[in-house]
Design a protein around this ligand. Sequence first.
Ligand code: IPD
Ligand code: CA
Ligand code: CA
Length: 265
Amino acid sequence: MHPMLNIAVRAARRGGDIIVRHVDRVQGLKIDTKSRHDYVSEVDRLVEAAIIDTLRKAYPDHGILAEESGLEGPEDCLWVIDPLDGTTNFLHGFPQFAVSIAFKRKGVLEQAVVYDPLRGELFTATRGEGAMLDDRRIRVSNRAGLEGALIGTGFPFRGLERLDAYLAALKAVIPVSAGIRRAGAAALDLAYVASGRLDGFWELGLKEWDMAAGALLIVEAGGLVSDVLDRYDYLTSGNIVAGSPRVHRDLLKTLDPFLLSGPLA
Ligand code: IPD
Ligand code: CA
Ligand code: CA
């Protein structure tokens, strides 16, 4: 394993252990509301601190972009961290959440870890070296297109001005696909695309820390990732579509008529 990935895995496992220790204690947690329907608990903060501590010990000169503490340090070597992706699930005891850590050098994603601490599943990738689930190589599915595909998505819940366009797009995808899943942890959704459990995924208004690790997993697993309009950078716009190549193509084509108004983030 690449030494940087090794450190990222150590950090993710440390964070995941903290999450698991709190799973049965969510009732007593202190929860703050960042914005309507957007929560952060002390677990998010504890996990983030533990991850940053592990990364900083190994790479004191690197920058960090983390969901709860923001950007610190130089951006040419940058760790992008979502300490607990799926906080709402976690707070409700819905068992679908993960730690997500990516490393970018001069804007290029190089390392990725998505760790599901309840299932103990570790998704990893290093640029140019493929993607893994635990110790086996993963590939995106080989589905021929959207027809019969299982598609993941996320409903807009912050920027509700996007809801109508989103629902129109959803209405177009439902009859063609085999089914739609809204599991509530985007990083894990993307890891599921990388491992072929989902054939494709789209969501609007995500943040870089939701997408960075999952996106590298998908690319290294032979899939494609882009903005929903294929004209913008998804890491900046937050509007992502991903999938195995033919599902990605079909999803883009299906979504395009409904999302013509430019970057929505
Ligand atoms: C959220 C989850 C969710 C997605 C939201 C994200 P958080 O991340 O990934 O699936 O729909 O847009 O904000 O806030 O739980 O880290
Ligand atoms: Ca997230
Ligand atoms: Ca989070």
